[in-house]
Design a protein. Structure first.
Ligand SMILES: C[S@@+](CC[C@H](N)C(=O)[O-])C[C@H]1O[C@@H](n2cnc3c(N)ncnc32)[C@H](O)[C@@H]1O
Length: 207
């Protein structure tokens, strides 16, 4: 799906997004941020920050930059910061497939429910690897193709429908990381229903 269509879809969701996809998907977000374990002074990038729903989950000492393509979602993220102020947090409208950061700008990255909601996940993962320092961490939270073949079949069947809603269901962990310098160091299934994954990766690109 192209940028313009996805932008329209997520602008449309912005005001109701937290009610639709908030609490039910919070546990994996919370666990990803906890596993990221941002230390003071570390630079964190949240890609596809959306309505900023995960921002209050970061420790106050973390420097967090959030980027998103949808102006509507970012407006909600700004409002979220107004409700729960954080000292060192920046929100930028940016295409995750062409980020305006120099190489190695961040120590750790988080992308929750994003790689299946972008026009080209490989370009996003390649960009995340470029802006992440060597040895840096990436925490991915996503529904990805299940290892159970029957469930995976169902996910592939649903994909034409979910694409219209703004995400796809036919990508596997291997598809997403193929060709990138991110190496998975842990993969955990997550609620709801164990159909979601929390994947921690290390950026194995040369220093
Ligand atoms: C399903 S939402 C996830 C939002 C949030 N991370 C969460 O935990 O709920 C996907 C987000 O990715 C954003 N997005 C889609 N394509 C993008 C792109 N090319 N660059 C940056 N953000 C993008 C959408 O605007 C939307 O906010």
């Amino acid at each position: 799906m192209d940028h313009a269509t996805l932008g329209r879809i997520y602008d449309g969701y912005a005001r109701i997004y937290d009610r639709l996809f908030g609490r039910v998907f919070d546990e994996p977000r919370r666990r990803a941020v906890a596993q990221l374990a941002a230390k003071p002074g570390e630079r964190v990038l949240e890609v596809g920050v959306g309505t900023g729903i995960a921002l209050p989950m970061y420790p106050q000492h973390a420097d967090v930059v959030g980027v998103d393509y949808s102006a509507g979602m970012l407006r909600e993220a700004q409002a979220c910061l107004g409700r729960s102020p954080r000292p060192r947090t920046w929100l930028l409208r940016m295409d995750a497939m062409r980020m305006a950061f120099p190489d190695n700008s961040f120590d750790a990255l988080m992308a929750a429910y994003v790689v299946t909601a972008v026009p080209d996940c490989h370009r996003v993962v390649a960009e995340m690897a470029r802006v992440c320092r060597p040895g840096g961490r990436l925490l991915l939270v996503n529904h990805l193709q299940n290892r159970n073949r029957l469930v995976a079949f169902g996910q592939r069947l649903l994909c034409p429908l979910t694409r219209r809603l703004g995400w796809r269901t036919d990508l596997s962990i291997e598809d997403v990381l193929r060709g990138s310098s991110f190496v998975p160091v842990s993969v955990q299934t997550m609620p709801p229903l164990g159909l979601w994954y929390l994947i921690e990766c290390r950026n194995d690109k040369p220093a």
